[in-house]
Design a protein around this ligand. Structure first.
Ligand SMILES: Cc1cc2nc3c(=O)[nH]c(=O)nc-3n(C[C@H](O)[C@H](O)[C@H](O)COP(=O)(O)OP(=O)(O)OC[C@H]3O[C@@H](n4cnc5c(N)ncnc54)[C@H](O)[C@@H]3O)c2cc1C
Length: 394
């Protein structure tokens, strides 16, 4: 059986970053990746341009049972560190919105960068190589489709459950359980909502229409675009809200964020009394959406000029537009989710090194851990930072 210093299971964002950091320290590193190539999620991310970090990265942008856990790793490998690496490789990037950094050209450049850093650090990578079983005594041994390898430090970076078609597996969670580490319940995050009944029909008819809105789930509010789809509701604000949503809950949508709809309608009534409600609203919202809202919220008054509508009726409509309560039937689940919420309980791991308290030499990094970022490059930043944290000590 061949022995190396470090085996990393999973050649995704976290695993590769860990491999680079460990290799640069002169450790002998072997990465086992079940797919035909490394970094598949990096390749598909950000619409092919990889939203590789966020300039506004800070602990409050992460969801975890222990909101303090992510602080140490994030502060020791920051967004600026990753940007410096990207710049060192001459990869042009731009800030799209809200601090989100994307490649100008292609996410392939990020994978090429990581591959080149791995090469330079002497990291060996086996693709088409699925880790099957782990055994431990004083050291660890990993049985994979290429045989059995031994190591001093074993890093599990096998990712979450989202997009099973891309090779997502529950390997890391099963392994944690095998070693008696607590795993917090997992669920799909950053995922579109599905609706049923009349609301589903509305969304289906509006499929492709988007607008800016504030969406509240639990007590967290996001103001970004929402998108109507043939299944329900998507778009950045909905994806963000999905990470805070529990089945059975309603979400609240403000379709006129930053405006006071009552003031707007009452002022319009004064300044242009002959106008119709839908005409005024179509100045702020897509026409097709206004038509659907009309059927939903004020079917009986279509054709009535504003002047003939009592102020209270306008105020009531304003409330509906700014606190539209919608009860999703479900989410689209792991099939389309960007991330997995929950995972390895952070109480089991050192926040400095990602090492298991119970099992010295065993590390968990990346999406597997109960740290989930908001939409916008935060999940990659966690993968880079947690990978670095382990890579410095394995
Ligand atoms: C469509 C999509 C778009 C996204 N866009 C963005 C974005 O723009 N910005 C952002 O910050 N985040 C984005 N994310 C989230 C981001 O991709 C993940 O959070 C990140 O990839 C997690 O990194 P990881 O290394 O922990 O896991 P992964 O990148 O999932 O890597 C895990 C690797 O382990 C391998 N593996 C699994 N089991 C085994 C096994 N038994 N043996 C060997 N190998 C195994 C898998 O094949 C995989 O390559 C996106 C996600 C999706 C699905």
């Amino acid at each position: 059986m061949e022995h190396v210093d470090v085996i990393i299971i999973g050649g995704g964002a976290a695993g590769l970053m860990c491999a680079i950091a460990a290799g640069q320290r002169g450790r002998q590193v072997l990465v086992l990746e079940s797919s035909n190539k490394i970094g598949k999620k990096i390749l598909m991310s950000g619409g092919g341009r990889c939203n590789f970090t966020n300039m506004q990265t800070e602990p409050s942008r992460f969801i975890s049972a222990n909101p303090h856990f992510c602080k140490s790793a994030l502060s020791r490998y920051t967004q600026w560190d990753f940007v410096a690496l990207v710049e060192k490789h001459g990869i042009a990037s731009h800030e799209k919105t809200l601090g989100q950094l994307f490649c100008d050209k292609s996410s392939k450049q990020i994978v090429a960068m990581l591959t080149s850093e791995c090469d330079e650090a002497g990291v060996r990578i086996f693709t088409h190589c699925t880790a099957l079983e782990i055994a431990s005594d004083a050291t660890y041994s990993v049985t994979c489709s290429r045989g059995t390898f031994g190591c001093e430090s074993l890093v599990i970076a096998s990712g979450g459950l989202s997009i099973p078609k891309m090779g997502a597996s529950d390997f890391g969670y099963r392994l944690a359980q095998q070693f008696s580490l607590r795993v917090l319940e997992t669920s799909a995050g950053l995922v579109p909502f599905t609706l049923t009944g009349a609301l589903h029909e509305i969304c289906n008819r509006l499929s492709g229409v988007s607008c800016k809105a504030s969406v509240t789930a639990g007590d967290v509010e996001f103001t970004e675009d929402i998108l109507f789809t043939h299944r329900g509701l998507s778009g950045p604000a909905m994806l963000q809200a999905s990470s805070y949503w529990s089945p059975g809950d309603a979400i609240e949508i403000d379709l006129l964020p930053g405006l006071d709809a009552a003031d707007l309608l009452l002022a319009a009534k004064k300044s242009r009394p002959k106008s119709l409600l839908r005409v005024v609203l179509a100045e702020h919202l897509p026409k097709a959406l206004v038509a659907e809202l009309q059927t939903l919220f004020w079917p009986s008054i279509e054709g009535t000029p504003l002047a003939e509508l009592p102020d209270d009726r306008l105020r009531e409509i304003a409330v509906r537009l700014q606190s539209w309560s919608v009860k999703p039937a479900a989410t689209e689940g792991y099939r389309t989710a960007e991330v997995t919420l929950g995972g390895i309980d952070t109480d089991e791991l050192s926040s400095k090194t990602m090492e298991s308290y119970q099992h010295p030499g065993l590390y968990f990094i990346g999406e597997l851990v109960d740290v989930t970022g908001h939409l916008g490059g935060f999940n990659f930043q966690w993968a880079w930072a947690s990978g670095q944290a382990a890579g410095q000590v394995v």
